[in-house]
Design a protein around this ligand. Structure first.
Ligand SMILES: Nc1ncnc2c1ncn2[C@@H]1O[C@H](COP(=O)(O)OP(=O)(O)OP(=O)(O)O)[C@@H](O)[C@H]1O
Length: 463
């Protein structure tokens, strides 16, 4: 694979695991080779393990939070096993279309290794003919373990564990992530034996983002400036090295991200624009993932569907637009740049209300943005207004309701009441060039708990 040296986490795992089949909880910085750090011991363990396994019996199961990450791990696994005398088949189960094809390939093949997202894995494990292929499991690996064990995924993980052989039958558990908040210790016991080995390449109070990634924050004072500020920031960042500018812009919601993609279709024409979020079909997501992995320049507008684990080579800039959902998610997003020892920069662009994020996360090494890019935002407004004329009202309307839904969950932290939230959302709509706030469906307003809040337009939504 062209690697000359082990990365610190690979060295630590291979040198410090008591045995290759020991249970472990491993933390290492983003972009430092954790995938190979878990593949190597698991595969070596399989080769040394004399326990015979039947036709197509799965020995290694890897669970990851997103479809794109599952596909990426499968590809890296194939690269690792390509040079082995015995061909080890690595199969993948992940959501979206393709269930029949995934199932047929699995049932007609000799899958020794499986990479899967929880939903689809749980779905196919519902079939006895699939379950029986997992009856000799040797190693279960949770990548992005803190995310896999949070309340979002825990129910699926628990259902999966009920459909696998009991932990007492002795399979190895391995949990890996760049972030392992304390509460992970309580929940790992469902996959790790007591007395598991804990390994970390970080010093106690070191931040798990890569070493060479200066992190900045900048805030706009008027909501009406937010899109002009993003435009000015991207232009300022691109000026550093225009011929090699490859950036990811994270939005807070899928529809908000889609809106940014639409907006930037007619801004910064030098750079090809990409989008990746859950409002796209799987084929489009898979195609865009490949395109952005291989492009030398461009701007990807992404939601958190690629916030963790995704390895896009040579991304030099990560911009986060709006409030990150947590400090961990902030760290993983920053980790999309400065990978494998390369350079990178990260900038958080927030409103005054959202800037609390920096002040309450003092352990994050975030400095004020060092440039006067925003000294004259007025000059950027005409381009932005012109660009918004080409964005359809439906996209704006979807972004508006997603904006309300997302920020509603952070009212307290934003120090807003419901009326303040609606006012902030209406300023967001105005900044998009909406003559008035988009119409909201009565049921949706009820679901959001915003019934009767002044400033909302209720009626049949325009789309
Ligand atoms: N020993 C090595 N030498 C050089 N590059 C490596 C080595 N091992 C892995 N890499 C490369 O480093 C990059 C990051 O690897 P990987 O995606 O496994 O990181 P990670 O630690 O899982 O990151 P994240 O925390 O974001 O999931 C990949 O491009 C991978 O091919």
């Amino acid at each position: 694979m062209g690697y000359d040296f082990m990365t610190p986490v690979q060295q630590k795992v291979l040198a410090e695991l008591p045995t290759l089949s020991s249970d472990c909880l491993v933390q290492a910085k983003t972009g430092t080779g954790k995938t190979i750090a878990f593949l190597l011991p698991a595969i070596q363990n399989l080769l040394e393990n004399k326990k015979p396994f039947g036709k197509g019996q799965v020995s290694i199961l890897i669970i990851a939070p997103t479809r794109e990450l599952a596909q990426q791990i499968q590809k890296e696994c194939d690269q690792v096993t390509a040079c082995m005398p015995t061909k080890l088949e690595c199969h993948a189960f992940f959501g979206g279309n393709g269930r029949p094809a995934q199932l047929n390939r699995f049932l007609n093949g000799r899958p020794t290794i499986v990479v899967a997202t929880p939903g689809r894995l749980n779905d196919v494990l519902g079939e006895e003919r699939v379950r029986e292929r997992f009856s000799n499991i040797q190693t279960l690996i949770l990548d992005e373990a803190d995310r896999m064990l949070d309340q979002g995924f825990a129910p699926d993980i628990n259902k999966i564990l009920k459909r696998l052989p009991r932990k007492s039958e002795g399979w190895q558990g391995m949990c890996f992530s760049a972030t392992l908040p304390n509460q992970v210790q309580d929940v790992v016991k469902c996959v790790l034996f007591p007395g598991y080995t804990s390994l970390s390449t970080l010093d106690p109070n070191e931040v798990p983002t890569a070493d060479k990634v200066p992190q900045y924050f900048t805030e706009y004072s008027n909501s009406s400036d937010q899109f002009a500020a993003l435009y000015a920031l991207l232009k300022a960042e691109a000026e550093e090295d225009p011929e090699n500018f490859k950036a990811i812009v994270f939005g807070t919601t899928a529809n908000g991200t889609a809106l940014l993609f639409d907006l930037f279709q007619s801004l910064m024409p030098k750079y090809r624009k990409f989008e990746l979020h859950s409002r796209m079909n799987q084929n489009a997501r898979t195609k865009t993932t490949e395109l952005f992995k291989n492009t030398a320049t461009g701007i990807l507008f992404a939601s958190d569907v690629v916030g963790r684990g995704m390895d896009f080579p040579n991304v030099g800039h990560v911009i986060q637009f709006g409030l990150p959902s947590s400090a961990e998610q902030y760290v993983h997003r920053v980790g999309r740049t400065a990978r494998a020892g390369k350079e990178g920069r990260a900038v958080l662009l927030v409103s005054k209300n959202e800037s609390f994020f920096v002040h309450v996360n003092k352990s994050l090494p975030i400095q004020p943005y060092p440039s006067t890019y925003a000294s004259n935002l007025k000059e950027f407004h005409p381009d932005v207004s012109q660009a918004f004329n080409n964005v359809d009202e439906v996209a704006k309307s979807k972004a508006y309701s997603a904006y309300l839904g997302y920020n509603k969950t952070y009212l307290k932290k934003l120090r807003l009441n419901a009326a303040g939230l609606v006012q902030m959302a209406n300023e967001y709509a105005r900044a998009m060039g909406c003559p008035e706030p988009p119409m909201l469906d009565k049921k949706l307003v009820g679901k959001m708990g915003l019934k009767g809040v002044p400033g909302l337009r209720i009626g049949n939504k325009e789309w």
